[in-house]
Unconditional design. Structure first.
Length: 521
């Protein structure tokens, strides 16, 4: 019996497909095959069937599906090692030969092909990788996910196909078959516009086919996609490949002898390529940062020629960089009107990020000749990469970058929008108003002056009059009451000592703390 999940779910017995019943039975079997020879908890099976809304009778329906599957597997069973569905706390286990699953055979052949590539056995590598990919009949479990989110287990299997395809294209290029793979690569790059390894392979393929302009066009489209979707420049490797194409580097036509062709993201476990002549950036790592995205509104470019437009954008960039420096931030990318700024994740980093956005907004309000900006700030964990040697951040990645970009794009022009965590840690110093997405920063809250302790020995009427005048000028019912009270005391005879704690809150005298008045001889 064979199980096929690389495409619609199929079970084949003696060369004939087996009837699998309804959705619950097929989905249960699919999850068990994805976790072959491992116990799958009943809770995970229930979640795969109904998500977070499991009906009260869900467990009973799962038991019925398991019973039907057990009958299907045992009907016409042959050898003792035939597949078997076992009840095994806390769930179920499908026991079968791993080679009976197409995904397992695919993985084995793919690893074989990579091993041959590592030893420069290109033709054998090509044969095994092609055979591995031939097992795919469509997306993983295509018949189960038309209206449901793909399970993480299935996503992991689906992602391996693209990795193996990239490995295959490297091998095909090493074999000199660039003309044969153009038709396969072009639609894949259209489907995956931000996948740099595929883009590099297509650029090299087109260049070797004599299509230099088309190769450079692939680079421009990939760069636009990376900037538009993620706010990031292409990797250094992809930029170097573009320069090599522009310079007609002779090395682009050279077939490798000890390694797969040197393009970004070469297959894993291959023999190392020669060391690069330029230093490579330090490995990126997760870090807690506060980030600020500033998007210039260039939908209506300034009037005049290209030189005038470039000058205006340059002035805007200078203004942004100046405010960033004033608030101890670091610009890590500034291109096409989009600027990414990082503030280290310690102390008041989140507050500095929002303050920078507000400072840029306010500075532009006085410059109607410059474009307005949309801005967003969030504090989160992100993948930060650094320049070697000086330790300066050079790139950001991770889900937080996408969230920050979405916030900035949703913000109206002239607005700084923040995420909930940034608002939480800064709301004591910055006033916000809720928005459809996130919160909009309005202004800095006024700085509350430190309490002023005044101790006066009131022995002269002139001092009483001076204090009454001071309190009256503050306004408010409490100040008037205290001034009246002091005026009624004959302080010159009683030698009253008044200790007055004054904490005046600007613009709202009702927020003043209760006045303290202690009298004694």
């Amino acid at each position: 019996m064979r199980f096929h999940i690389l495409g619609p779910l199929e079970v084949i017995r003696d060369g004939e497909p087996v009837a699998l019943g309804g959705y619950k039975q097929r989905a249960t079997l699919a999850m068990l095959v994805l976790n072959l020879n491992r116990v799958v908890p009943a809770s995970k099976l229930l979640e795969s069937l109904w998500g977070s809304e499991v009906p009260a009778t869900g467990r009973k329906m799962l038991q019925n599906a398991a019973s039907e599957l057990r009958s299907m597997l045992t009907t016409g069973a042959g050898p003792a090692d035939s597949p078997a569905l076992l009840t095994h706390a806390p769930g179920y286990l499908l026991h079968a030969d791993p080679e009976s699953v197409d995904a397992v055979r695919f993985s084995r052949l793919a690893e074989q092909g990579r091993a041959f590539a590592a030893s420069s056995q290109w033709e054998r590598a090509r044969h095994d990788l092609r055979e591995a990919l031939a097992a795919w009949r469509g997306p993983v479990l295509a018949d189960l996910f038309e209206s449901r989110a793909l399970w993480p287990d299935a996503v992991a299997v689906q992602n391996t196909r693209l990795d193996v395809l990239e490995d295959l294209f490297d091998v095909e290029l090493a074999c000199g078959r660039h003309r044969e793979i153009v038709a396969e690569l072009e639609p894949l790059v259209e489907q995956e516009p931000s996948r740099e390894r595929l883009a590099a392979q297509l650029m090299l393929t087109l260049y070797r086919c004599g299509r230099q302009l088309d190769a450079l066009g692939v680079y421009r489209r990939t760069r636009d996609s990376l900037i538009d979707r993620h706010g990031l420049e292409p990797s250094r490797e992809l930029q170097e490949l573009e320069r090599s194409i522009l310079n007609h580097d002779a090395g682009l036509d050279r077939r490798p002898e000890t390694a797969v062709v040197a393009v970004p993201g070469r297959p894993r476990d291959t023999a190392p390529c020669p060391e690069p002549t330029e230093p490579v950036p330090a490995a990126a790592g997760w870090q807690s940062v506060s980030m600020l995205a500033v998007l210039a509104d260039l939908s209506q470019p300034p009037g005049g020629d290209d030189a005038r437009t470039a000058a205006v954008v340059g002035e805007l960039s200078g203004l942004v960089h100046g405010e960033v420096a004033r608030h101890d931030g670091r610009v890590i990318s500034s291109v096409a009107g989009m600027t990414w700024i990082v503030f280290d994740g310690t102390g008041d980093a989140a507050q500095r990020a929002v303050r920078t956005g507000l400072a840029i907004r306010d500075a532009l309000a006085a410059r109607p000749d410059l474009p307005s900006v949309h801005a967003a700030a969030i504090c989160a964990d992100a993948i930060v990469s650094y320049e070697p040697g000086d330790g300066n951040p050079r790139g950001l990645n991770g889900d937080a970058v996408s969230r920050c970009l979405r916030l900035a794009m949703s913000a109206p022009a002239g607005v700084v929008r923040v995420g909930p965590e940034t608002r939480r840690v800064t709301e004591a110093d910055i006033r916000y108003t809720p928005a459809d997405e996130g919160w909009d920063a309005i202004e800095l809250r006024p700085v509350r002056p430190a309490p002023v302790q005044i101790t006066l020995s009131l022995c002269q009427d002139s001092q009483i009059q001076e204090l009454c005048g001071l309190l009256t000028s503050m306004g408010g019912r409490r100040a008037a009451w205290l001034a009246d009270l002091l005026d009624q005391h004959d302080t010159t005879r009683s030698g009253v000592v008044v200790e007055l704690a004054v904490n005046v809150v600007p613009r709202n005298v009702d927020e003043m703390p209760e006045w303290a008045l202690r009298e004694g001889a």
